[in-house]
Design a protein around this ligand. Sequence first.
Ligand code: GSH
Length: 391
Amino acid sequence: MVKKVMIVLAVLALFTLVAAQCSQPQVQEVQKVEEPTATQAQQVQEQPTAAQVAETQEVQESPQVVEVQEPSESRLDTVRKRGKLICGGNANLAGFGVLADDGSFSGFDIDYCKAVAVAIFGVADDSTLEIRPLSASDRPIALQTNEIDVLIRNTTYTLSRDTEWSANFGPTTFYDGQGMMVRKDSGIKTLEDMEGASICVQTGTTTELNLADQMALRGINYTPKVFPDAPSTIAAYEAGNCDGFTTDKSGLISQKQELANPDDHIILDVTMSKEPLGPAYAHGDDQWADIIDWTVYCTFSGEEFGVTSANVDEMAKTAEDPNVRRMLGVEGELGKGLGLDNDFCANVIREVGNYEEIYNRNLGPDTPFNVPRGLNSLWTDGGLLYAPPFR
Ligand SMILES: N[C@@H](CCC(=O)N[C@@H](CS)C(=O)NCC(=O)O)C(=O)O
């Protein structure tokens, strides 16, 4: 019996020993496996990370694709291939943008359309420049659909236009403010005298909004009468349908001349808003923005340095001032940096003139408008016109 028990214990001990020996390497194997498994676990964790990376790459790549697609052809290339600049303008505002019976456009803003065409093509004529007349309400759509390359149409720079129109604004070419015109015999001298008045105003403009703000601020009740364009607005005022007509002061000065008896009307001594007018262009093409901006600055600098359409070629030959030499492209390669000819600014001044020439041709003392320069004087004359250096 004892012998049997001894044998069973021996077998059990042997089994335990074998089992222990067998399990030992298993444990070691597991441990061995576990170490790499931990690495594998990291790798497994990294796999989704890699997927995430892939996803991230996709996210990063898609805007890159968009970026690449958008400027696949720059605006400058498009305009060059087309052979002409399409400039959104005004057809109804003498002095700024007006269409003549012969189909030609003229005005201060139109001259800036011409200046941009000259900067690109060296010349502005029917083959290199098309003016596309736009109503106030049509402006943002024309910009957003790329129907026009640039908008130069007595357009006020505001924050919401900067964002909602997806537009950028170039340098202000005309600092304006909103005014009010009334009949001289109405006895109205101030806005406060307009309690209960009806006021003609054009829709799609800052004018309409400023009028509401200003009248509310002053607690004046009034009835706005809203029209889609300048001719219908001024016609309604002239027909006596409104006591007042409001728009930018430049617009009032211009529209007053359209009336049968301009002297029967006065512009009140009040400025209801700030209206910085200048070129606007679609977001997304910095080179194009630079071209518009530096074309405008060229006209400011031309006036500042006394370079005119009459003397520009002489100045290009004889000027010693490096500022003038760089501006006219006889020294350095500033035009090339914009994708233009180095003498782009000399061409602009020769063909269109410096700011003073453009201003006087359209709005100066020899025109029916005779608008004082005021804020639209050079910074050196106490005004706001200031061009950064051509350097
Ligand atoms: N500067 C303002 C007003 C611009 C504006 O459209 N003014 C009118 C009144 S002078 C005009 O030019 N009308 C011409 C037209 O559309 O017939 C703006 O940008 O909203």
